[in-house]
Structures are given as C-alpha cells and as structure tokens.
Unconditional design. Structure first.
Length: 500
C-alpha cells in the first residue's frame, strides 16, 4: 500500500494535538502500521493511500483539533462526537470541499460557528450540539443547498436564524433547542421545507405564532417548540400530518380552546401531546377517546380548562403519563381510568375533583399518584393497596374521611412521599405502617387521627421527615423513634394528649 505523505503528516499532527487519550484510541497510530489501518481511519478504495473518513466517537480524547486536518483533501466524513476537544473549530476545515458530514456533538469547542461552513458545498449533515458555541448562526449556512440534518442544540447561540436556512428544501431534521435564538418562524415554513420530518426549537426566545403552513410538510413527525414565547392559537389542521408522533408546545403563551385536539385523531401514530403551562381554556372534547392508541404522554397541566374528564380517556390503553395539574376540572375522576394498565404517572392535583373510583387499584404500573388539593370526599379506596409499584402517593388537602386503609400502609414500595395531610381522617395510625421501610417523607398532619403513636414507626428506617401535628394522638412518645437516625424533623405539635 502506497503512502501519501500529506495525509500521514496531517494525521500525525492530529495526534500531537491530543493531550489525553483515556481509552488508548490512538495506540495503533504508530510507524509500525500503515496509517490506513490506524483505529478510526478509513481510506479510499479507488485511491488506497488517501484518507476519506475519521471516526473516533466516544474515545475520551482531550485536546485541540489540529488545523492540519484541512490537508486531508479527500475527506468526506469526520466524527468526533462525545470527546473533549476544546479551542476553536479550525478555519482550515473550510478547504475540504468533499466533506459531507461533520459530527462534533458533545465537545468543548469555543468560539462561533465559523462562516467558512458555507464553503463546504457537499455538506449534508452538520452536528454541533453541546459544543459551547456562541454568537449568531452565520448567514453563509444558507449556501449549503443539500443539507438534510442540522443539529445546533445546547449551545449559547443568539440572534435570529438566517432566513435562508428555512429555504433549504432538502432539510429533514432541524434542531435548535436550548439556545437564545429569537424572532419568528416563517409563516411559510411548511412550504419551503416540504421534506421536514423533525422540527425542534425548544427552549429559546422565539415569538410570533405557530405557522399554519406546518401542515404542508406532509412528512413531519415531531413538532417540538416548548419553552418559548409563541402566542396566538394552535393550528387546527395538524390532522393532515398522518405520521405525526409528537407535538410539544409546553410553556408558551398560547390562548385557545382545546378544539385543536379533535383533528389530531387523524394522526394515528401520535405518541406525545405536551401542551402544559399555556392559557388553554374550554373543556376536554369527547374526541379524546379517538386519539391514537399509541399515545403514551398527555400533559395539559397549568391551563384554564374546565369541565370533567371524558370517560373515553379509558381508550388510551398505552398512556404512561397523564398530567392535568392546576386546571379547573371538576366532577368525579372517571372509573374508566382504571383501564389504563400502563399508566405510571397520574397527576391531577389542584383541581376540583370530587370522587375517586375504586378502579384506581387496577393501575398496577402506577409509580406516582398525585390528587392533592381537590375536593375529593369519602373514604380512601383500599384498592390502592394493589398498586405495588407506587413510589409517591399524594392525597393532601381534600375531604377524605374514615380511617386510613391498612392496605395503603402495607405498600412497601412507597419510598419518597406519602402525604395524607389536611383531610378529615379518623382512627389510629395502622400498625402496617411498619411496612414503609423505605419511606423518606410522611405527612398525616391536620386530620382527626387518634390513639397512640405506634412503636412500629421505628421500623421505617429511611424516614427523614415525619409530620403528625394537629391530630388527637395520645400517650407517650415512643422511645423507639430515637432509632430513626436519619430523622431530620419530627413534628407532634398540637396533639394535646401526647406526653414525653
């Protein structure tokens, strides 16, 4: 195999700029082996001594990217993702007119995205996410008419996105999330980017309205624009996107009713609706029952919705998270919710719900149940004792009465929070409390509980916070509580019959 001195010298210079090689990736880079056989190097078949690819992903490399890399004139791909390269991206890279892919995600480069990027006429993939870059996206990027993937997420980029970037019709994937970019998304983006599949500009400073033309990008699968300053209403024709799998508009300033949900029933692959923390109003439409059976995540929390939850919610059999916290929903929690056997998180706090179905006990995959701050009355359903995966149970600030079901206290899975405070619970604390060996926080304050404080509490070895104030507990405080070495707070105030 012949040697090309230019390529060999360039690779030697690349290695010389590396100050740390944690996994020994460059051990094979020595004179006893032809450079085309060095780890991470691929040479051309047509020109056997010319390097065409450098792939050293996740190799623990620390150092500068040598400017000699610009002498590898046959280069078409460079992949240095997940390393610790620092310093600027060398401008010599702009000489590599054959370069098709740049993958530098997760490094520590400093400086800006260099304008020479516009010289790389063959480039179709640029990945510079999490690279510590700042400044504006250069206008020159619009020259790259064959771009299909643009990843610029998690940097400190600012200013407006070059208008020309939205006119590169070949773009399939555009990710700008977690920057400080501003301005509007063009109203005709769905027409100028007809092949777009993924749009992600979460966590920026974008304003204006959500373009209705998005429905023209018929291949669109994900629309993720959460944590911005979009206002106006939701497009009503997103149902024209049959392949749509995720829509995220969380934490914006959208003012609308929930009629945008009904057209989404045509999106048969939909998995995520994340529309929390907006100004949505109105009631949940019955059409929610006809949403995709693939739907796994629905978030509508912190809005102004009212009415009840339609019983058709029970049709969404693959739902794993349902959050409607901080709305004005009322009435009973529908018993059909017990059909959602895959549900792991049910968050309905800060509403006006009145009744709790015993069918909640069917949710054996449930990890978090939060029903705090409602108007729920009656007994706590003993069937909740069937939820053997439960880590958190919040029933605080309701109108529950009767005794605490022993089945609840038998849930040894509960390890983070058990909050039953501010209700009207009566009776004694069940002896089954000893099963909560991994529980860190328990609050049963502001109830009407009575009887002695059970010795068995000493078996709750992980307790750090124990609130039992404002009840009618009586008798001596068990000395065994001193065994709870991790206890930070024990509040037994306003229990007039307790004594030490």
């Amino acid at each position: 195999m012949a040697n090309n001195e230019t390529d060999r010298v360039a690779l030697v210079a690349f290695k010389a700029a590396i100050v740390q090689d944690l996994f020994g990736a460059l051990t094979s880079w020595n004179h006893s082996l032809h450079y085309c056989h060095w780890k991470g190097i691929l040479c051309s078949r047509r020109h056997p001594d010319r390097v065409i690819q450098l792939t050293l992903r996740s190799q623990g490399l620390v150092g500068l990217l040598s400017p000699h890399i610009g002498n590898l004139s046959f280069f078409n791909s460079i992949d240095l993702q997940n390393n610790s390269f620092h310093g600027p991206i060398p401008q010599e890279l702009g000489r590599l007119f054959r370069l098709q892919t740049i993958e530098f995600n997760n490094n520590s480069f400093r400086g800006t995205i260099p304008p020479f990027i516009g010289n790389l006429s063959s480039l179709f993939q640029i990945s510079l996410s999490h690279c510590n870059l700042h400044g504006e996206i250069p206008e020159e990027i619009a020259r790259l008419r064959g771009l299909s993937l643009v990843q610029l997420s998690e940097n400190n980029l600012s200013g407006k996105v070059p208008f020309g970037l939205y006119n590169i019709s070949t773009i399939l994937f555009l990710s700008l999330t977690v920057n400080q970019l501003e301005g509007n998304i063009p109203h005709d983006i769905g027409s100028t980017l007809p092949n777009l599949k993924f749009l992600n500009c979460m966590n920026n400073l974008f304003t204006g309205t959500i373009p209705t033309s998005l429905s023209n990008a018929s291949k669109l699968q994900e629309i993720l624009i959460s944590i911005n300053y979009f206002s106006g209403t939701m497009p009503k024709d997103l149902g024209k996107l049959p392949g749509l799998t995720a829509i995220g508009v969380y934490q914006n300033r959208l003012q609308d009713d929930l009629t945008f949900i009904s057209p989404l029933t045509n999106c048969t692959s939909l998995q995520i609706i994340d529309a929390g923390d907006n100004l949505f109003r109105g009631s949940l439409p019955d059409s929610i029952a006809n949403l995709s059976t693939y739907l796994s995540w629905m978030n509508l929390h912190i809005n102004q919705t009212h009415g009840s939850i339609p019983s058709g919610i029970g049709n969404l059999l693959n739902l794993t998270q349902l959050s409607m916290v901080a709305n004005n929903l009322a009435g009973p929690v529908p018993s059909s919710i017990g059909r959602l056997h895959n549900l792991q998180s049910l968050l309905l706090a800060q509403n006006k719900f009145t009744e709790l179905p015993s069918s909640l006990g069917n949710l054996t995959s449930l990890i978090t149940l939060d029903l705090g701050e409602n108007n729920i009355y009656g007994n706590i359903p003993p069937s909740l004792g069937n939820c053997h995966s439960l880590l958190e149970l919040h029933l605080y600030k309701n109108n529950f009465n009767g005794s605490i079901p022993p089945e609840i206290m038998s849930l040894s899975s509960i390890s983070t929070f058990l909050t039953l405070d501010h209700n009207a619970l009566t009776g004694s604390l069940p002896s089954e409390v000893e099963c909560l060996k991994n529980l860190g926080y328990m609050d049963v304050s502001y109830n009407r509980l009575s009887g002695p404080i059970p010795n068995m509490l000493s078996n709750c070895f992980s307790l750090e916070w124990l609130h039992m104030q404002a009840n009618s507990f009586e008798g001596e405080i068990p000395q065994s509580l001193s065994m709870l070495r991790g206890l930070r707070l024990l509040d037994l105030s306003r229990n007039n019959n307790c004594r030490d």
